[in-house]
Write a protein that binds this ligand. Structure first.
Ligand code: PEP
Ligand code: MG
Length: 553
């Protein structure tokens, strides 16, 4: 039962729900980095200021060590321990002293000393260059302490809470513990951003684009509905009772009586997801985002480590299909061990398959690990596919590479307009395609998927996006190869009906979205779905497309 927050009036913010479920709990705010104090006085006593900075850095190191100690043994713990050591590095402290002697104030001295140190690490390259992110994290924490402000990042939660932030990055989201993070509400955040996707996958109710949430004081109670996007501040008992009803699992019934042959599959990212999803009534996994297994890794996972992780997933699904997507690193999913250095436009840079083509050894290790995993899971149905394919040559290169490791069912993702428009040729060389509607919308509409205020442009109902999907499906039909969907659109019950009407062979989605999609499919025959697709394609705007389909429900 919630405790009313003194002085807080009941009110509702409306955001966009990006997962499913409801949650009620106290707000814990994730503070943003604060930056240098532009008003601070210049240094007049380098000795005393040096001591202040040392004390702040020592506190940062101590808090990182405490967080590491609370974790089980593993790469995440190692990363935090290494970060703690970096915070009190002698060379860094010497550089701070130099800045102070030059007259810089304390926060400016830390900032500039870190820049100098970061440049040196970058010049060394390799794993040293990968430490730069840690260094910036230490800088932001130390500067916040020196300014007497809360440290940025996910706060240590003393009780289960609703995490509130301006926005979250995938690396923070993947490390959240669903037992202590009851829900997530962000002021910004994209609907198809990887943060939203990860929240859905972790089963954490999440709402993005809740304007005004950052003004809610920490500790206030809020109730959220991750389907409708409602965020109720200071909810009444009637509100929480109503949300509990909305959260009650619907009865979807056994089997998959959706009347026509459409495979319903799960999107997963971890071994725990595989265990949970394989227990559901699904026909397999349509997208294993392998990069999610390694978001927190400092160094590349070995072939053996990878093989073990993949074999666990394959065993969980038994004879059902598992489509493993090779590393889709870059843009908003940077992997420290797979970085090719800064780029001006990372979403248009060397990400996905382009990165694999530049770092062939990473792809080869992954393909070898997948082949080993398949051998270790007799009877499994493993398929592999490449992310971010744009040309037939790329598809051919990837298919050849995968086949050389004995992997025989090799597909590609259709995430670029280039791939959608040349799907017939690409499917002349690949065995199947899976449409990534998240990136396909982003690249068709030239709208950043991580930028929440562009949500209307990123909608799958946009005429141009629907036309791209139709082109991809028609290309598959002409080539005689199956085309599925594994982007978020497949998990929207209304869009799922249109996709089926367009002719997709499978829909893969976050497990929490399977039930409503199954119900929608079961309630509509193929002819109705085709009519919905016709009407959606004929509509001049996204709103009209959605309304036209809704009229046929
Ligand atoms: C997509 O782009 O739709 C997709 C499924 O891949 P990701 O969301 O991981 O980029
Ligand atoms: Mg994608």
């Amino acid at each position: 039962m919630q405790v009313p927050t003194p002085g807080t009036e009941r009110r509702t913010l409306t955001g966009i729900g990006v997962s499913a479920g409801t949650a009620v709990g106290p707000v814990a705010v994730m503070a943003p980095p604060v930056g240098v104090d532009e008003q601070e006085p210049a240094c007049t006593d380098p000795e005393a200021d040096g001591q202040r900075v040392r004390a702040a850095l020592a506190e940062v190191a101590e808090s990182l060590r405490a967080r590491a100690a609370a974790l089980a043994e593993g790469p995440q713990r190692d990363v935090l321990a290494a970060c703690a050591a970096l915070a009190t590095d002698k060379a860094l402290l010497k550089s701070v002293d130099g800045q102070l002697r030059g007259g810089a104030g304390v926060t400016r001295a830390v900032h500039d000393a870190v820049e100098v140190y970061a440049a040196k690490l970058r010049a060394l390259g390799g794993t040293m260059a990968e430490r730069v992110t840690d260094l910036y994290d230490i800088r932001d924490r130390a500067v916040a302490r020196l300014r007497g402000l809360p440290e940025p990042g996910v706060p240590a939660l003393e009780r289960p809470s609703i995490l509130v932030a301006a926005d979250l990055v995938p690396a923070d989201t993947v490390a959240l513990d669903p037992a202590s993070v009851l829900g997530i509400v962000t002021e910004a955040g994209g609907v198809t951003s990887h943060t939203a996707i990860l929240a859905a996958q972790l089963g954490i109710p999440a709402v993005v684009q809740a304007k005004g949430i950052l003004a809610v004081p920490p500790g206030s109670f809020v109730a959220i509905d991750a389907t409708s996007g409602d965020v109720i501040i200071a909810p009444t008992n009637a509100d929480t009772a109503e949300l509990a009803v909305r959260a009650a699992p619907a009865e979807y019934g056994p089997g998959h009586a959706h009347g026509h042959e459409v495979k319903l599959l799960a999107n997963i990212g971890t071994a725990a997801d595989a265990a949970a999803a394989s227990a559901l009534d699904v026909e397999g996994c349509g997208l294993l985002r392998t990069e999610f297994l390694f978001l927190d890794r400092e160094s590349a996972p070995t072939v053996e480590e990878q093989a073990e992780a993949y074999a666990g997933v394959l065993r969980a699904f038994g004879r059902r299909r598992v489509v493993a997507r090779t590393l889709d690193a870059g843009a908003d999913k940077p992997l420290r061990f797979a970085s090719l250095g800064p780029e001006a436009n990372p979403a248009l840079g060397r990400r996905g398959l382009r990165l694999s083509m530049a770092r062939e050894e990473l792809l080869d290790a992954q393909l070898l690990a997948l082949a080993k995993a398949r051998a270790a899971a007799p009877g499994c149905d493993l398929r592999v596919m490449a992310p971010m394919v744009a040309t037939q040559e790329e598809a051919e290169w990837f298919v050849g590479r995968a086949r050389s490791f004995g992997l025989d069912r090799v597909g590609v993702m259709v995430e670029t307009p280039a791939a959608a428009l040349t799907a017939e040729r690409i499917l002349g060389v690949a065995d199947f395609a899976s449409i990534g509607t998240n990136d396909l919308s982003q690249y068709t509409m030239a709208a950043d998927r991580t930028q929440g205020d562009l949500a209307p442009l990123l909608s799958v109902w946009q005429p141009a996006v629907l036309a791209m999907i139709r082109a991809a499906v028609e290309g598959g039909r002409a080539a005689g190869k199956p085309v599925g969907v594994c982007g978020e659109a497949g998990g929207d019950p209304l869009a799922a009906l249109v996709l089926v009407g367009l002719g997709v062979a499978s829909l893969s989605m976050a497990p929490v979205k399977l039930g409503p999609v199954r119900v929608a499919l079961r309630g509509h025959d193929l002819e109705t779905c085709r009519e919905m697709a016709r009407r959606a394609l004929a509509a001049p705007t996204a709103t009209q497309a959605r309304d036209a389909v809704r009229d046929l429900l």
